[in-house]
Design a protein around this ligand. Sequence first.
Ligand SMILES: Cc1ncc(COP(=O)(O)O)c(C=O)c1O
Length: 354
Amino acid sequence: MKAAALSALENEMMVMGESVFKFEEEFAQYCGTKHAVSTGSGTAALSITLQALSIGHGNEVITTPFSFIATANSIVHAGAEPIFADVEDSEMNLSPSKTRAKIGSKTRALMPVHLYGHPSRIDEFHDMAAESGLSLIEDACQAHGAEFKGRKVGSIGDAGCFSFYPAKNMTVGGDGGMITTNNEELADAARSIRDCGRDKNNKYYHGRIGFTSRLNTVNAAIGRIQLKRLEAWNEARRWISERYRRELEGVRDVVLPPQEASFEKAVYHLFVIRTNLRDRVKKRLADDGIETGIHYPRPIHLQTPYRQKYGYAEGAFPLSESLANEVLSLPMYPTLAEDEVVRVCEALKKFLVA
Ligand SMILES: Cc1ncc(COP(=O)(O)O)c(C=O)c1O
């Protein structure tokens, strides 16, 4: 990564250098799409996709309240209204049936999230979108490389959006994002919007109100190296998750993450258990020197700007609200060693079984 970054710095333009286009080409090839358009972040990828589809003021986009806040923010940034539907209890992902119930005359798009790297029921959303004439945007910001029925996520909807924030399954050594799509018109519009709304071949002619949201060349050069490692890292995450499952199967008060179906491949961006004793377990593990996370302690509709703007209160999405009180992310990264996994599980069991 260091050598690639240095070479890009010495030999290429700092923005829109050769590495950016190579990274886009390689990422598209990896996902199995015709196009990939890099952006400054995952949030920008989502918002630019909406804008490239002319979704904005007066339009509604249905998504989950149980995600990182950026999912919904991207809809607001585009000028549209986020409409929430609750999750499917057993999966933690957006519920297709609850989504269908929210489709109305202003709905323009569905935005399911492949939360924690577990594919959402994307074929049901695909059919729903097709039947109702809606766009389908996959928030794949946590799911680089996950698969559904043999296809990579991000290649099934009208577009997929990825984040390269350093905690993700792959990064670019800083912030960055990517839009994947088979739709050439959408890709061209997104390329223009991320680059100040520029016309394709006329630098100072602008057909759109765009943003400065390009991926820097040095970051793209780092991303190209990371992409080569992604499959091996994902396999390591999957192995670690299996090891966790073996250790924690049947432990009282622990609900393990949903098992993948035979036609799914999850990439375990996070390994998230559920327990009613979450806060106590978290503290006990911290006392044992084990850091855990909570993704996420407050669902989006109960975050201050959403309460203020839309008047949401507790009880609006009960399943998401109970998840927020129960989820606990155990240590998960590709180089986590087997004895470390065992140590985490021993500490958990010591507390829960005692
Ligand atoms: C599900 C989800 N959506 C959107 C984003 C936004 O990505 P970024 O932080 O790159 O803007 C993230 C990650 O941060 C995410 O986890």
